[in-house]
Design a protein around this ligand. Structure first.
Ligand code: SF4
Ligand code: ZN
Length: 325
């Protein structure tokens, strides 16, 4: 079969962008979203965590599976915008929660260290707002890990952790996904963070596009091993979702199929059994991966408890489960 997916990176970028759905996007006046959750921290203690989703300019890359651009503004943000948004988010947290928060994740649908997204001139004011936390987690593309990271770390009154989307430890698939970095870039970024004594976490996709269901488990395990060996102390496993038209086209051409709940369970199990660091399964919209009425809730509870306990729990068996046959 002839793929419509272009083989050349710049044609690929144009193709992915040409398939973007029309729709309203936020602007500078939109308020950031907030999420409260908990996770096991580096010492094994439960950490209460807030995630702030800053409204920002669009990420300069165009990965095929990405839909984060929908939460970004097509234009640049005014100077001081990130600080102002963070300040408003923290005020809202003060009003709406009495839980003592240990850590904050500041996600901007792109890279925190993209100087066109969050200006380095704002680092000082942002850092000043964060004195109440023990740890700050930001996300960044591996190719934007540089001295701006150490500059920000030097201003922070608490620990810095940087999350990078490794996605998969396979150069060919990274290329096809239009990630625009190689494993060598990732390793170099990890080394930089390690030498600067900055904690790392990695996002890894379970059964990304261009990976068959038969290879998904092995490739996920290899990717988890690669991330741990590169210095990650924490890994988030993200079951791949088709959230944009480009992914739906890949799906229709047999280049992507969504992972089964079973695949996520196996990948999570494999990663936890390595015992090399914390591993979390992303459980957002989990019912999308398992529609079985008999077991989906039990599976979800099991995975959530595995996130909290960091151990493999007994598997759920289900006679009605179509996805397991
Ligand atoms: S680097 Fe991240 S935010 Fe940017 S397009 Fe890729 S997945 Fe989306
Ligand atoms: Zn079932």
């Amino acid at each position: 079969m002839q793929w419509s997916y272009p083989q050349n990176p710049s044609k690929r970028t144009r193709w992915i962008r040409s398939l973007r759905e029309a729709g309203e996007r936020p602007d500078a006046s939109s308020l950031p979203e907030l999420l409260l959750e908990h996770e096991i921290g580096p010492t094994g203690r439960v950490c209460h965590s807030a995630t702030v989703f800053l409204i920002n300019r669009e990420c300069p890359w165009t990965c095929v599976m990405c839909d984060l651009w929908k939460n970004t503004s097509p234009g640049s943000m005014p100077a001081g915008h990130a600080t102002e948004q963070l300040g408003k988010a923290l005020e809202r947290l003060d009003r709406e929660t009495s839980t003592r928060l240990h850590q904050i994740k500041i996600y901007n649908s792109g890279s925190f260290f993209d100087s066109g997204a969050i200006r380095p001139a704002e680092y000082k004011a942002i850092a000043r707002l964060l004195s109440r936390f023990e740890r700050v987690i930001v996300e960044c593309h591996p190719r934007l890990i540089n001295e701006r990271v150490t500059m920000f770390k030097g201003l922070l009154p608490c620990e810095l952790e940087v999350a990078m989307g490794l996605e998969i430890a396979c150069d060919r698939t990274l290329g096809l996904m239009n990630k625009r970095f190689t494993l060598a870039d990732y390793t170099q970024a990890s080394k930089f963070l390690h030498e600067a004594d900055i904690r790392q976490r990695a996002f890894i996709m379970v059964q990304p596009p261009f990976v068959t269901p038969e290879n998904a488990r092995n490739l996920c395990l290899q990717s988890v091993q690669y991330a741990f060996q590169s210095g990650a102390s924490c890994i988030s496993l993200i079951p791949t979702r088709a959230q944009n038209t480009a992914m739906h086209v890949l799906q229709s051409e047999g280049l992507f199929s969504k992972p089964s709940i079973r695949c996520l369970e196996q990948c999570f199990r494999d990663a936890l059994e390595l015992k090399q660091g914390r591993v979390f399964a992303d459980l957002w919209d989990l019912e999308h991966f398992n529609q079985c009425k008999s077991c989906s809730e039990k599976r979800s509870i099991r995975l959530s408890r595995m996130n909290d306990l960091q151990v493999v729990l007994p598997e759920i068996t289900c006679n009605n489960c179509l996805c397991l046959r």
